[in-house]
Write a protein that binds this ligand. Sequence first.
Ligand code: HEM
Length: 139
Amino acid sequence: MEPTISHADATTGGAVILATLEAVAERHGDPTEAIYSELFAAHPELEKLFWLDRDGSVRAAMVQQAIECIMDQVGDGRAAVTIMADERSRHGGYGVPTERFDAFMIALRDAFRRILGAEWTGAMEQAWSRLLADFAAIR
Ligand code: HEM
């Protein structure tokens, strides 16, 4: 069955999502550490899944893939649906329960909110909620 995803809705907040990514890059640079701090604070049991990732390359690749999916989803949206669905099922094999898979995008959004502090706007809150709901619906 085709995933039910409302791409037109996702693009409405697209400019806001892109502005968030730019502001985070400008204020903070690489957000990788901030994202995993949020993830492991919310779900400490997930940290042990990365015990083989000594150089952090898997963690960095996940952030990279997530940001590519976000940019795609607010753009033409052709690749994100397939990539997210594939990653969700592949991660089952890594020991990530499907309901925990969404925790990564939540941690990413929460890290961005924390980094931007007073610069985080209501429009950002709305656009990110919508985007995360769209990703969570991709199965
Ligand atoms: C809480 C959610 C998640 C957890 C706990 C998690 C955990 C992991 C783990 C443990 C691996 C390494 C698997 C191995 O090599 O044995 C991995 C790899 C990977 N994950 Fe995640 N993941 C999560 C969410 C995501 C999301 C949302 C994406 C993409 C949008 C993603 C993209 C990737 C990619 C691309 C790799 C392969 C990295 C590489 O080997 O170069 N992950 N993930």
